[in-house]
Design a protein around this ligand. Structure first.
Ligand code: PMP
Length: 379
């Protein structure tokens, strides 16, 4: 059976043009970017070109980018490193309750070590209220962390406003841009963030490569230590082929962003409009307009979400209940709880995320199969 992929927020297929750009860096151009000979110098050169490409597309300077394994590492780096570095200044962190686990888990570790954490409540549509941040910060606050857009419900946060508050109060600000880079415009100047984290595999690049943006002048210590790669901020032989792939992927996203945004918004809105027309007892989660162009998220009354996923999978439809990282754990998603859903409704959820290769016909198929499946499963 032909598979239909509706889980682009978990990961996207690598664009063949990205693979083509990367291939020479596994063969004749395989060098270690730290080697002084010509093969090494060539690797160093293309690594720096890739850094410049990424920097250009997010409005940063090349020297503000460090390549790493992806956003999990970037988020851990910022949180653990700042906590250690700034512990004499303060021990308070303000974080939204709906962050990805790669932000929440390191913060929970710090809480066990005595840090005070304010978890920002969100509104029913998943929006953080910037006024709540103003109220939460104290003279001990060392970091504010609010993601750009939710990987689960797609809500896009008022990051520029939050960045302004952070700056006015002289507090460092991390925004996780994993779901937005390559999909909607991301400019570090406009966002006002001191750190952003990203992973190439979410925008049609390879897995296992990503980056951390560190605003010039911001002091932070390395997380991985060893060699002096990445200006001493991230030890380890650089993933040159990965960086080339990341740069090619972002270049492609940028060149077709307007078209992809409008095409995906059109397909997404078909889902947001037609699913509630075809199925009763359904709730749309997330903000209706301040929303990623590729995300539609629903909760169905009296349906077990895991059974729904399995039944759809048997019909060739690959989708998700929420974040792939929590799949397998039967606890309701912390994001859905934070927007006020009951456990029962949260456990009856379906996230449909679309992408570069989604077609109108695939949406038609889903719109036929989903109502039948929900009807059979309803208790
Ligand atoms: N943040 C968000 C919002 C994500 O969606 C993900 C991936 N699910 C991550 C961080 C972690 O990215 P990676 O697994 O590539 O490190």
């Amino acid at each position: 059976m032909k598979k239909i992929y509706f889980d682009y927020a978990a990961t996207a297929p690598t664009d063949p043009r990205v693979i083509e750009a990367m291939t020479p860096y596994f063969f004749e151009k395989f060098g270690n970017a730290s080697s002084p000979h010509s093969i090494g110098r060539d690797a160093q050169k293309v690594l720096e070109e890739s850094r410049e490409t990424l920097a250009r597309f997010i409005g940063a300077k090349a020297e503000e980018i460090i390549f790493n394994s992806g956003a999990t590492e970037a988020n851990n780096h910022v949180i653990f490193s700042l906590a250690r570095r700034l512990k004499d200044k303060g021990n308070h962190i303000v974080v939204s309750a709906i962050e990805h686990h790669s932000v929440l888990a390191p913060i929970e570790h710090l809480a066990k070590e005595g840090f005070k954490i304010t978890y920002l409540k969100v509104l029913g549509d998943g929006l953080v209220d910037p006024q709540e941040i103003k109220k939460a910060i104290t003279d001990k606050t060392i970091l504010i962390a609010v993601m750009h857009a939710s990987n689960e419900i797609g809500t896009i946060q008022p990051i520029a406003e939050i960045g302004k508050i952070a700056k006015e109060n002289n507090i460092l600000f991390l925004t996780d841009t994993v779901q937005t880079v390559g999909h909607i415009p991301v400019n570090v100047g406009e966002l006002g963030a001191d750190f952003i984290s990203l992973s190439a595999h979410k925008f049609y690049g390879p897995k296992g490569i990503g980056a951390l943006y560190i605003r010039k002048g911001t002091k932070i210590d390395p997380y991985l230590v060893g060699g002096d790669q990445e200006k001493n901020q991230r030890a380890g032989t650089q993933n040159v082929a990965g960086a080339v792939g990341l740069a090619k992927a972002i270049e492609l996203c940028q060149s077709q962003m307007n078209d992809e945004m409008s095409f995906q918004t059109k397909l997404r809105d078909r889902l947001l409009i037609e699913i509630p027309q075809r199925i009763g007892g359904v709730k749309i989660n997330g903000h209706l307009t301040k929303r990623l162009p590729n995300n539609a998220h629903f909760s169905f009354e009296k349906v077990d979400g895991e059974s729904l996923l399995l039944a759809l999978d048997m019909n060739g439809i690959c989708s998700s209940m929420g974040s792939a990282c929590t799949a397998g754990a039967m606890a309701p998603s912390h994001v859905l709880k934070a927007i006020g859903l009951s456990d029962e409704l949260a456990l009856g959820s379906l996230r449909i995320t679309i992408g570069r290769w989604t077609t109108d016909e695939q949406i038609d198929y889903l719109l036929t199969k989903l109502p039948e499946t929900v009807k059979t499963l309803r208790i």
